[in-house]
Write a protein that binds this ligand. Structure first.
Ligand code: ADP
Ligand code: MG
Length: 681
């Protein structure tokens, strides 16, 4: 008979959902906070707002009928009385709370002298015995009761291997720290536990940061052990030709990052570099120069962008710059997009396989299985945060044949704040363009209530009369593309009416690639005055003549997203503006985080400052998104608060890898388990 597979209970499933599989995972699942059930407080000593535990006898119990049935229970602890109020209750409640019962009650006391109350307090029969330690409250999820989780954690703690991995003895051993945090002694101050300043917490945070540093450093070293084609810069090739043909001179910052990248490309180890620079700082030409170095060395380069429009725009720009130079050398540029005809696609694939296409530009299509490069040496990924780890891995696999890896250049307009760079991206080399091309005037940003929409439309008319163009971005409603579309369509009709004689275009996510292309072409060529769009113009679109951007329902956008959108204007010499239209819906005012975002937008145009504030508003978890970064997020440590622990971990990690490789491996395994693999992408 085939063995029956043991069924997972719902609680076990919930445990797994939280990533709690091994005993050590449970042991490292630390309390969110604690409840003090060790003490009984006299009712007469309580004040309005105190959360307390009392021991009392039930002296009255009644159900008050009405639209909201309530169970009202009066208790007396000998010093005073208190009314317990329950809006939802079962017959079992009534039984346990029958007059005469002796109970312990925990909750927040409301009211004082005139009569104390507790709303939905916790209660249990009073056995006369009090717990001796604070009661931990763990982070949990639906279907996983605290009581079950507590038992599971204790079992995990008993079974886990907690032998030390730190090479030098610490004041608090890991075992002592965990024992303490899972059941702290009653005399410990709740405050020290909850702000995580207690030495036991410090020990755990240090451990966590060390695991992160070790795994990143190990990934970096592993990569340093890999081989990549050397791409030395040569004179008189495509690169020099491009530099000579450019209609502008590179900024100092561009020159610096170009040199950093060229130095990497000249080495036989794969480059793993992030090029960050604010929107409009000129990353494309840097990518083109890197590609040129690669092509001059006789290899192929791939450039991948997250959207069809953006990839297409790169293709046009790069073709402008590079096609004549390549043609003179018998080579060319291939295009791979989603909406391509089969025949065209086959032709492009053949050019890539033969090596005639020295540069391949496209969307995700670039990493599909059927794409065979003859000799790929450099992959450039624009807006890298839009791609997942799997896609980066797929690109790397494209050069697998020679036992070599391609060089990787990732570009991003969302700069990584320094603290994050030191922790989450410790294995990445970073180049920063910290200077905008000359002649740009900063974009003026206004936050305007939806009620003044008419004024905004009038302003659009003025811009158009000056020969400028305008973007109007419509609200993003994540759950429903259909509603997005209704909004955008209505706005399109409204603006077409209000601006007779002006070509107003509409661009949204559901259009076919060819339709999008046609609309974009009209706007790029200056024939279309206003472009109404859902967020498809978010990244990279470059139309220097556009000088006004209106963002409708700006309160619904994230800060980085707003900043990206705003970067579409102010790309030419004309003074540009961004209007953030907001609405509070039925509420009297905007929520706090929405207000903080709009305020940040109005106050600064500096991408680094925006990123810093975004991090502050959202926290690193959301800022990075675990899937995109591939880096495990910190659960306990706080990068700002625990800067000294981070410094300690950064200092220890390389020594530990050199001198205690086995301890280092055990440490990473303990903290990250299977996740460590992910970091290599
Ligand atoms: P991003 O960094 O946002 O990708 P782009 O590469 O699209 O920026 O560049 C924005 C605009 O600035 C483009 O029109 C580009 O041609 C132009 N540009 C880039 N570098 C310079 C420069 N050094 N001087 C003047 N214009 C530049
Ligand atoms: Mg760009």
């Amino acid at each position: 008979m085939p063995a029956e597979r043991p069924r997972e209970s719902p609680a076990q499933r919930a445990l797994h959902k939280l990533g709690l599989r091994r005993p050590i995972d449970l042991a490292l699942h630390l309390p969110l906070r604690y409840e003090d059930e060790t003490r009984i407080v006299r009712l007469a000593d309580t004040h309005d707002g105190d959360t307390v535990q009392i021991a009392a006898a039930v002296v009255g119990s009644e159900i008050r009928p009405g639209p909201r049935r309530q169970l009202l229970v009066t208790v007396d602890d000998g010093t005073d009385r208190c009314l317990l109020r329950f809006f939802s209750f079962y017959p079992s409640h009534q039984k346990s709370l029958a007059p005469g019962a002796r109970i312990r009650v925990r909750g927040e006391v409301r009211g004082g002298f005139a009569g104390r109350q507790m709303l939905h307090p916790q209660f249990r029969p009073d056995t006369g015995e009090l717990p001796t330690a604070l009661t931990p409250v763990y982070p949990t999820t639906a279907g996983l009761p605290q009581s079950y989780l507590r038992k599971a954690v204790l079992a995990g703690l008993a079974r886990a291997d907690l032998s030390e991995t730190l090479p030098t003895p610490q004041a608090w051993s890991l075992r002592a720290a965990l024992d303490f945090l899972h059941h702290p002694a009653p005399e410990v101050s709740l405050a020290a536990l909850e702000d995580r300043s207690h030495p036991a917490w410090q020990r755990l945070k240090a451990e966590e940061l060390l695991a992160q540093q070790l795994s990143q450093l190990a990934a970096k070293r592993e990569r340093d052990g890999l081989r990549a084609p050397r791409l030395p810069a040569t004179a008189g090739g495509v690169r020099d030709g491009l530099l000579a043909a450019l209609p502008f001179a590179l900024t100092g910052a561009q020159q610096r990052v170009v040199a950093e990248i060229a130095a990497d490309l000249g080495r036989p180890q794969p480059m793993h570099r992030l090029l960050q620079g604010d929107v409009g700082s000129g990353k494309t030409v840097v990518a083109a120069l890197a590609a040129a170095v690669c092509m001059d060395a006789g290899w192929q380069c791939a450039l991948m962008a997250p959207t069809e429009i953006l990839a297409e725009q790169h293709f046009r720009k790069l073709a402008d710059w590079l096609a004549p130079l390549l043609a003179a050398r018998g080579r060319g540029i291939a295009w791979l997009g989603g909406g391509q005809k089969k025949k065209d696609r086959e032709a492009q694939l053949a050019r890539i396989a033969s090596g005639e296409a020295a540069l391949v530009v496209g969307t995700h299509a670039v990493i599909q299985d059927r794409v065979q490069f003859q000799r790929l040496a450099l992959a450039v990924i624009d807006e890298q945060h839009r791609f997942g780890v799997a896609q980066r891995l797929a690109l790397r696999a494209k050069l697998a044949h020679a036992g070599q890896e391609p060089h990787l250049l990732m570009m991003s307009a969302t700069p990584i704040p320094r603290t994050l760079a030191m922790s989450y991206y410790a294995d990445l080399d970073v180049s920063t363009i910290d200077e905008l091309p000359p002649g740009r005037t900063p974009v003026v940003t206004r936050v305007v209530h939806e009620g003044r929409r008419d004024e905004v439309v009038a302003r659009i008319g003025e811009q158009l009369r000056e020969g400028r163009q305008v973007y109007w971005v419509c609200p993003l409603i994540e759950e429903s593309e259909a509603i997005d579309l209704v909004n955008a369509t209505a706005t399109h009709a409204e603006l077409s009416d209000a601006l007779p004689g002006v070509l107003v275009g509409l661009l949204h996510a559901r259009m076919l690639p060819a339709e999008k292309k046609a609309v974009m072409a009209l706007f790029t060529e200056g024939l279309m005055g206003v472009l109404v769009s859902t967020t498809v113009i978010e990244v990279g679109v470059d139309v220097p003549n556009a000088s006004l951007m209106v963002i409708e329902h700006a309160e619904r956008f994230g800060l980085s997203q707003l900043h990206q959108l705003r970067g579409r204007v102010g790309r030419g010499a004309a003074a540009s503006a961004c209007v953030l239209l907001y609405s509070t819906g039925d509420a009297p005012r905007l929520g706090e985080t929405a207000r903080a975002r709009l305020k940040a937008m109005a106050e600064t145009t500096d991408g680094f400052e925006i990123a810093r504030r975004d991090l502050e508003i959202r926290g690193p978890g959301e800022f990075l998104g675990e899937r995109q970064s591939g880096a495990p997020l910190l659960r306990f440590a706080d990068l700002e608060e625990d800067a000294d622990l981070l410094a300690w971990a950064r200092e220890l990690a390389p020594r530990m890898l050199d001198e205690h490789p086995l301890l280092a491996q055990r440490h990473v395994q303990r903290w990250l388990g299977g996740k460590a693999e992910f970091l290599k992408a």
